[in-house]
Design a protein around this ligand. Structure first.
Ligand code: C2E
Ligand code: SIN
Ligand code: SIN
Ligand code: FE
Ligand code: FE
Length: 377
C-alpha cells in the first residue's frame, strides 16, 4: 500500500513575493540546518564598466562588516584569481589574511570570521559576481560540505541573475519605448547617468540613518532613470517648448507623474511582474518624485514622511541636475547657484536630510559631473 507523507517545503519562502535579501535569508536558514557553522552568506555583484565588486545582499543579521562596501576586482588579487580560473576559493583559516592591509580583509577579520568559501558566478561564461559563505570556525569547509554548498550557491546565483535580467529587460523596454515616441528626448543619457548617481550617493550617505540595505541603494540607482518615463505621454509641443510653459500647459505637464505610474504598472503587468517587491520602489519613484516636502507638490500633495523616501531622494537628484543643465527653456546654472537653490528649497520643497546628503558630498558630485558631462555643453 503506498502511503503519503506530509512534507513542508523547506524553501517555500522562495515562492513568495519578497525581496532578494529575504529569499537569501530563507536559504541561509536552510543551510544552517545542514551546516550550523555557516554564519554568513553574501552576494557581491560585478560591474565591468567600473571593474567594481559591490556587496548586493547578505544574511548576517545586523552585523555586516561589508555593508555598503565596494572594491576594484583588479586590486583584490585572490578574488581576481577565482574569476580567471573559474574555480571557487576555499580558505580554511582566514588568518592568512591577517597581515593584509586591504579594507575588506580588515573588516572581515574584525568580525572574527575564521574561514570562507567563495563561489564566482557566471552566466554563459560571463562573470557577474561572487557568493560568499563565511564561518566563525576554522577548517569547516570540507569536501562533502562544499558539494552541498555548491547547490545552494548556484541556486542563489540563479535568483540573483533572474532579478538582474528582469531589471535589464525593464530598462531596455522603456528605452525602446522612449526611442519610438520621441525623435529627440529632452532627458539626455548624460542627465540620467548623472542624476541616478546623485541618487545613489544620497542613498548611500543616508544608509545608516534610514537603515537602507545595499540592495535598496542599488535599486534606487537602477530605477532612477525611469522617474520621468511618463513624459512619453506628454505632447511634443509642450515637452519641447522653447520657453516657459503657460499655466494650462504646465497642468498637462504635471500629468507625467501619474502617466509614469500607469506606464510602469502596465509594463509590469504585461511581463507578469506585478508582485515583484522591488518594483514598488519603481512605482513610487515615477509617481511621487514631484511631491514637495511641505505638501505643495503633485500629484497628491503628500508631505514629509508620507512621501516615500526613494521619491524624496530622486527629487533632490533631479532638481539639482535640472538646475545645472541647459534645458530648452533655461540655461545651465553654476554649482554654486544650484547648491544655494537647494539650501533655499530645503525643508519646503525638498527633504532636508536628502539635500544635506548631496551638499556634503560636493567633491563626488563634481567627479560625477566630469565623468558624465554633456558633449555639447
Ligand atoms: P525637468 O526639466 O526634469 O525639471 C525637474 C524639476 O527641476 C522641475 O519640476 C523643477 O522642480 C526643477 N527645475 C527645473 N528647472 C528649474 C528652474 O529653472 N528653476 C527652478 N526653481 N526649478 C527648476 P517641475 O517644475 O514640476 O517641472 C517638471 C517638468 O516640466 C520639467 O522637468 C520640464 O520637463 C517641464 N517644465 C517645467 N517648466 C518648464 C518650462 O518653463 N518650459 C518647458 N518647456 N518645460 C518645463
Ligand atoms: C567577503 O567575504 O564578502 C569578501 C571578502 C573576501 O572573502 O575576500
Ligand atoms: C557614486 O558615488 O555612487 C557615484 C560614483 C560614480 O559612479 O562616479
Ligand atoms: Fe518629473
Ligand atoms: Fe528629470
Amino acid at each position: 500500500m503506498p502511503t503519503t507523507n506530509e512534507h513542508a517545503d523547506a524553501l517555500a519562502a522562495l515562492n513568495r513575493s519578497q525581496t532578494l535579501s529575504s529569499k537569501l535569508q530563507a536559504i541561509h536558514d536552510q543551510v544552517r540546518i545542514l551546516f550550523s557553522f555557516v554564519d554568513r552568506i553574501a552576494v557581491a555583484t560585478y560591474d565591468p564598466a567600473t571593474d567594481c565588486v559591490k556587496t548586493f545582499i547578505h544574511s548576517s543579521g545586523d552585523k555586516n562588516p561589508l555593508s555598503n562596501y565596494q572594491a576594484r576586482l583588479s586590486e583584490a588579487k585572490s578574488l581576481a584569481d577565482t574569476v580567471r580560473s573559474g574555480k571557487p576559493r576555499v580558505i580554511n583559516d582566514l588568518a592568512v589574511f591577517a597581515t593584509d592591509q586591504k579594507e575588506h580583509s580588515k573588516r572581515i577579520a574584525a568580525e572574527k570570521y575564521a574561514s570562507s568559501y567563495t563561489l564566482p558566478m557566471f552566466n554563459n561564461e560571463v562573470f557577474f559576481g561572487f557568493v560568499f559563505f563565511n564561518s566563525y570556525e576554522k577548517n569547516v569547509f570540507t569536501e562533502s560540505c562544499l558539494a552541498q554548498l555548491d547547490v545552494f550557491g548556484h541556486l542563489i546565483a540563479s535568483l540573483v541573475l533572474h532579478e538582474l535580467t528582469l531589471i535589464k529587460t525593464l530598462l531596455s523596454t522603456i528605452k525602446t519605448a522612449r526611442d519610438m515616441t520621441h525623435e529627440r528626448d529632452p532627458e539626455t543619457g548624460a542627465h540620467l547617468d548623472r542624476m541616478s548617481r546623485y541618487a545613489r550617493l544620497i542613498a548611500r550617505t543616508l544608509a545608516s540613518k534610514y537603515g537602507f540595505t545595499d540592495e535598496y541603494i542599488e535599486h534606487v540607482f537602477l530605477f532612477a532613470p525611469l522617474h520621468d518615463i511618463g513624459k512619453i505621454g506628454v505632447p511634443d509641443r509642450i515637452l519641447f517648448k522653447n520657453g516657459k510653459l503657460d499655466a494650462h500647459e504646465f497642468e498637462e505637464m504635471k500629468t507625467h507623474a501619474i502617466k509614469g505610474r500607469q506606464i510602469i504598472d502596465m509594463l509590469l503587468s504585461n511581463y507578469g511582474l506585478d508582485g515583484v517587491q522591488s518594483t514598488e520602489l519603481l512605482r513610487n519613484i515615477a509617481q511621487y518624485h514631484h511631491e514637495d516636502f511641505d505638501g505643495s507638490g503633485y500629484p497628491e500633495g503628500l508631505s514629509g514622511e508620507a512621501i516615500p523616501i526613494e521619491a524624496r531622494i530622486i527629487a533632490v537628484a533631479d532638481v539639482f541636475d535640472a538646475l545645472t543643465s541647459a534645458r530648452p527653456y533655461k540655461s545651465a546654472w553654476t554649482n554654486d547657484e544650484a547648491f544655494e537653490a537647494l539650501e533655499r528649497l530645503s525643508g519646503n520643497k525638498l527633504d532636508p536630510t536628502c539635500v544635506r546628503a548631496l551638499i556634503d558630498n560636493r567633491v563626488i558630485v563634481e567627479q560625477i559631473q566630469s565623468r558624465f558631462n554633456e558633449p555639447d555643453e
